[in-house]
Design a protein around this ligand. Structure first.
Ligand SMILES: NC(=O)c1ccc[n+]([C@@H]2O[C@H](COP(=O)([O-])OP(=O)(O)OC[C@H]3O[C@@H](n4cnc5c(N)ncnc54)[C@H](OP(=O)(O)O)[C@@H]3O)[C@@H](O)[C@H]2O)c1
Length: 366
């Protein structure tokens, strides 16, 4: 039987992606979409690219109202700005709905950490412990029947999926990790702010949120859980003139010193460290064991020249991951690419929805 689903904030970029995925989902029936500014208009009028879908011609945007939504849907996706989700999540959960939140509101488990990074108290701290972090490749078992899923966004997904297996297996040091991310402008949402106007962003690239971007809180939470020790990372996001896509590069120190093929250990000078090939074999085995069977993780073969490219993943729920050991610096460089609105938002949320409901994990996503 199909699940009745609703989207709150369906006129934003993540909401629109959810509309696309859920209109085409074999086990979901889209019963409500909300937007304060588009209320009264059909999906086809607001988002004409869906105009050929019969449902898009009949389903109208409404003002968001938790009581009404709880009668219309069993699962409600929240695609709202930060800080707004609790206003809807609390009454929806009380009325028996399952909630999948795409914002950062329920991702951090500790209310004090939330306040430190978001500069305001959490509106529903009791729910933080109850939410499941919606990274399916890491929390698949916990997502089954979860009432509240905190679906991680684009930057955390692009950092966590490459880094977690390495930390979990003790293959890299939990210190000195650096992550640089390049993001398309849709990552900022469909809002009218001078910073995001075409003329401001076209032909321009710049960092922002340095040195304490708010997503660091959840990244460090999840990396620390993987490493079983507190992890602090240096993270610098950059806006680049691209519509969608995230490219992340991580710089890590292998736990084992390795010798270059010329026999010189770049870090310690020690002669009893592992060879580059031995370290490479362990990293390769680690990624294969973590993601070899994952439908949405594409591991690029380190023996080939291919590296992650946003053009390979845009419009898909796939994350590409590649890595290289640098014998000159002794570092491990790991790179990832994903679509911020699909694997980094709506697609990942639907992947979690599939797991939560017991549907095939790839339903509606391939
Ligand atoms: N964009 C991305 O790449 C991305 C990636 C991962 C996660 N996320 C997260 O997903 C969430 C949505 O992001 P987005 O980029 O899709 O945002 P967006 O494009 O700005 O859309 C926000 C949506 O929420 C509605 N909304 C705004 N304020 C509201 C309020 N107070 N009450 C009810 N509805 C409200 C808006 O419609 P009305 O104003 O008409 O009501 C709109 O439909 C954010 O928390 C964001 O951090 C975004």
């Amino acid at each position: 039987m199909n699940k009745k689903v609703a989207i709150v904030g369906a006129s934003g970029y993540s909401g629109e992606e959810l509309v696309r995925l859920l209109l085409n989902h074999p086990h979901a029936e889209l019963t409500a979409v909300t937007s304060r500014s588009c209320a009264g208009r059909t999906i086809a009028q607001v988002l004409p690219r869906f105009a050929l879908q019969p449902r898009a011609k009949s389903l109208r945007f409404t003002q968001p109202n938790a009581e009404r939504l709880a009668k219309q849907a069993e699962t409600v996706f929240l695609a709202l700005p930060h800080g707004v989700a609790a206003e809807y999540a609390v009454p929806l959960l009380q009325r028996g709905c399952q909630v999948i939140d795409l914002s950062a509101d329920f991702r951090v488990k500790n209310a004090a950490v939330y306040k430190e990074f978001h500069a305001h108290d959490h509106a529903a701290p009791d729910l933080l412990e109850k939410s499941v972090y919606g990274l399916p490749e890491i929390y698949r078992a916990q997502l089954k029947n979860a009432p509240l899923i905190a679906s991680p966004g684009c930057y955390p997904t692009s950092v966590l999926l490459p880094a977690i297996p390495l930390l979990r297996d003790g293959l890299v040091k939990p210190t000195g990790i650096i992550a640089d991310s390049l993001s398309g402008v849709s990552g900022a949402g469909r809002k009218l702010e001078p910073d995001y106007l075409f003329v401001e962003r076209n032909e321009s690239a710049r960092p922002y949120g340095v040195p304490k971007h708010r997503h660091l809180s959840e990244m460090e939470q999840e990396l620390s859980l993987a490493a079983k020790t507190p992890v602090t990372i240096q993270f610098t996001p950059h806006l680049i003139p691209m519509n969608r896509g995230i490219l992340t590069t991580l710089y890590l120190a292998p736990a084992e010193h390795f010798q270059s093929r010329t026999g010189v250990s770049p870090v310690s000078g020690s002669s009893n460290s592992a060879t580059l090939d031995q370290v490479a074999e362990k990293i390769s085995a680690c990624y294969q064991s973590a993601y070899g069977d994952e439908p949405f993780v594409r591991l690029l073969d380190p023996g080939q020249s291919e590296l992650p490219d946003t053009r390979n993943v845009v419009g898909t729920n796939v994350i590409e991951i590649a890595w290289r050991l640098d014998p000159r610096t002794g570092r491990l460089v790991v790179m990832s690419a994903l679509d911020n609105i699909v694997k980094g938002a709506g697609g990942q949320a639907v992947q979690s929805f599939n797991i939560m409901c017991g549907f095939p994990e790839t339903a509606g996503l391939v």
